[in-house]
Design a binder for this molecule. Structure first.
Ligand code: NAG
Ligand code: NAG
Ligand code: NAG
Length: 199
């Protein structure tokens, strides 16, 4: 709750579109981060971003993750409940060999590669995300320079699916006009992996 209050106050103070000026030589270093959406006075203000079913969602309580039984027996499974992104901004923070890359599918949907596979559909955009946290700031930003991010309602579910803010995105409701732009606040962490793997 303390963190939520802090993020809430900071997001209100900066406004949703006021990104901090880049300060290249002054950054706080973390090895990974989780993401919270910020768009004041909207249903998507301060919801955690979670990976599930190959995509990214706001409004899900937990990430969708898996840890194999032989790892579990050793007590070596990461928590797997939160969605953690590597500081490089373009992959999930997982233990599974080969890792899991984050990309933008041709539909505009944010997506991630399946465990043990580097497969990315033709026409996808890879390596487009950035992460920065100015020194002294209590949180940073996960950004998609040049487009930004939108959250699109999933009909009959209390969730929002995350897409690149493209006019031509193929969204669940059928209309990009139903989507809301948001800032992705990055909460830095220095822990071990977020999950064995996300599914
Ligand atoms: C996180 O870990 C890195 C690498 O060990 C270290 O350089 C950095 O200072 C740590 N950041 C914080 C905020 O503790
Ligand atoms: C979500 O994660 C929390 C914390 O680990 C856990 O207590 C809860 O049962 C999980 N909820 C679901 C729906 O998996
Ligand atoms: C959709 O728009 C994006 C951004 O303008 C562009 O990069 C992409 O090629 C477009 N996709 C299609 C299928 O036209």
């Amino acid at each position: 709750m303390k963190l939520l209050a802090l993020l809430s106050a900071a997001a209100a103070a900066t406004g949703v579109s006021a990104l901090p000026q880049a300060q290249p030589q002054q950054q706080t270093k973390y090895n990974s981060f989780t993401v919270m959406s910020a768009r004041s006075a909207s249903p998507i203000h301060l919801l955690p971003l979670n990976a599930a079913s190959g995509g990214f969602y706001l409004g899900l309580h937990n990430a969708s993750s898996y840890c194999p039984e032989q790892v579990s027996k050793l007590g070596a499974c990461p928590p797997g409940t939160e969605t953690v992104i590597n500081a490089g901004a373009n992959s999930l923070d997982v233990s599974v060999p080969g890792g899991q890359q984050i990309y933008i599918a041709p539909s505009g949907a944010l997506a991630f590669t399946q465990p043990h596979s580097a497969y990315v559909p033709a026409g996808s955009v890879v390596g487009a995300f950035e992460y920065s946290q100015p020194a002294g700031a209590s949180f940073g930003y996960w950004t998609l320079p040049g487009s930004g991010l939108i959250a699109c309602p999933v009909p009959e579910a209390a969730t929002w699916q995350v897409f690149a803010a493209w006019n031509n995105a193929t969204v669940p409701s059928g209309s990009v006009g139903d989507c809301l732009g948001f800032d992705a606040l990055a909460v830095g962490r220095n822990g071990s992996a977020g999950a064995w793997e996300y599914l």
